[in-house]
Design a protein around this ligand. Sequence first.
Ligand code: ADP
Length: 382
Amino acid sequence: MLILVINCGSSSVKYNLFDVESEKSPCKGVIERIGQKGASLDHKKNGASLQKEQLSCRNHYEAIEIIANILIHPEKGVLSSLLDVAGIGHRVVHGGEEFKAATLVKEDVINHIEKFSELAPLHNPPSLAGIKGCLKIFPDVKQVAIFDTAFHQTMPEYAYCYGIPYEFYKKYAIRRYGFHGTSHRYISIKAAELLKKPIAEVNLITVHLGNGCSISAIEGGKSVDTSMGFTPLEGLLMGTRAGDIDPAVVFFLMKKENFTVEQIDDVLNKKSGLLGVSGVSNDMRDLLDAIKEGNHRARLAYDIFVYRIKKYIGAYSAVLGRVNAVAFSAGIGENVPEIKEEIEKHLKEMLPNTKFLTVKTNEELLIAKDTYALINTIPACK
Ligand code: ADP
């Protein structure tokens, strides 16, 4: 059974067609620079890059059209008709408190995603555009929304409430939501498999280190705390995001530099983190090269990055009481073993019975599986 996974960013759409039984992906690709000059498509069939070209793509609707056309293309695609797709799983960043699991897309779901656009202005509108595009282009295919926030909805109230007047939680739903939920769930499932134990019996700390970085405490398969908060800005140091910071720095900088709200938002989200500290790059590969050349600020950025992960592992060990494994994943977590090794060495005495693992994350596969599982519980509509 084939499930199409759609992941819309502000100017990109990633797509991945999965055969859920074999977990293989016969076709995948990405359209980038949507709405800009020089939009491009990179399409792969059975792992081989078949088409890498510039094309015109003005918006997300056109991107979905391009994807549909290439999937049914006689040579480049694998479908004889769009109806060969059993379901479409959409990654949606923010589901607020409303969505705790994969959800079939209906009008009320679209309205809710629209409502949460205020909380995720960069992420939810493109997802919505992708969903609306798919509803038109694949009208007979069931669509499922998978929320980044859903997995963290099991956090207890004392972990998700901030220490601000409670009325602001009630009025504006200001609380910790957490993100990367599908990845943390996937990592925890794989870590339990590696430990050869039922997930319900293990406590895990999952560390997702990509461009965005977050860490979660997982008790018996349930997220009980996570480092990203109301938005993905909180927590670990990231490629361009500051992570934890004294909020007073924000007012201070706004006064001193005469920043508007948008400017300070830009500084903390896009000019901070590894990039801001090192002045070199937000990309860990560039940072590692610069460190080899003796660049002090690159070293400092790396050290802050590792130090903060260490601190969170300490905090989450206290939250969990007992930790079976700490699992590192995503671009940096999977490719820079020295980070895991340094942290493991440092925490050996504190966590003598804890395994330190590397797990390759695959959010898209889990989105496909969740979509498949959900559509199989619903009677066919036609
Ligand atoms: P995203 O959050 O965009 O999915 P990824 O999971 O792809 O991000 O992670 C991107 C990060 O992973 C970048 O900082 C990149 O430098 C780093 N990365 C990817 N491959 C390597 C590698 N071989 N060595 C070191 N860092 C890597």
